[in-house]
Design a protein around this ligand. Structure first.
Ligand code: CA
Length: 229
């Protein structure tokens, strides 16, 4: 099966660099130079499993593209391409539904490692036969990779699902941010531990009754998080 990745980048030299390296790594790359074009191409190629989205674009920006993709697709892995000066943009990007970000300029090895890591998670693994983990009011279905709260489906990205699963498999245990990073993002991940915090902030908005005063995902100051039952 083709390993399809979408690359949205308006600067042709950067896009070319990404395409060459991902092709070399065994991916089939779908290219887009505008957000509008990226959304069109995703309709034509619904089997794209990872999308790399530049932020600064001539038409709609990368955040908006991310938002529109996420409105209908929670399975696809999304990596934002940010410039070094756009520190805040990383957080904004993750809050709009991205799973990860890569800061320009990046090395081919770093880029490929990030895409590989997301690709494995974004439906790349074989379906599991374990079944369900039930901790009222939550029900995690590990076969369909879905979460319900009080019988209502909570739409999660693959990263959010993996974090929820780690929590629900370790109730009451303090998990360090590094541990979460290792399990969810993989040991070969290059990124910063801060990405854990941003994903958890987003997850809280989805699963807590009041994200400002979380009762399920508790912060363990200076260490990490605890699934609080
Ligand atoms: Ca750009």
């Amino acid at each position: 099966m083709a390993k399809k990745v979408l690359v949205l980048e308006d600067e042709s030299s950067i896009r070319g660099f990404i395409v060459i390296n991902l092709t070399r790594a065994g991916y089939e790359v779908i290219e887009a130079e505008s957000g509008e074009q990226a959304l069109e191409k995703l309709k034509v190629h619904p089997d794209v499993r990872v999308a790399l989205l530049d932020i600064m674009l001539p038409g709609i920006d990368g955040f908006e593209v991310c938002r529109r993709i996420r409105a209908t697709n929670t399975r696809i892995g999304i990596i934002m391409l940010t410039a070094r000066s756009q520190e805040m943009d990383k957080v904004t990007g993750l809050m709009t539904g991205a799973d990860d970000y890569v800061t320009k300029p990046f090395s081919p090895a770093e880029l490929t490692a990030r895409v590989d890591a997301l690709f494995r998670r974004a439906g790349g693994a074989a379906p599991e036969q374990v079944g369900e983990i039930c901790q009222e009011p939550f029900l995690l279905n590990t076969r369909n990779r879905t979460l319900e709260k009080n019988g209502q489906r909570v739409k999660l990205t693959q990263v959010e699902y993996s974090i929820m699963r780690m929590f629900m498999e370790n109730p009451g245990k303090a998990l360090s941010r590094e541990e979460i990073l290792d399990v969810v993002w993989g040991r070969d991940y290059f990124g910063e531990v801060k990405i854990v915090d941003v994903n958890i902030r987003r997850l809280r908005l989805k699963i807590e009754d009041n994200a400002q005063n979380p009762t399920y995902i508790n912060t363990v100051w200076g260490y990490g998080y605890k699934w609080g039952f």
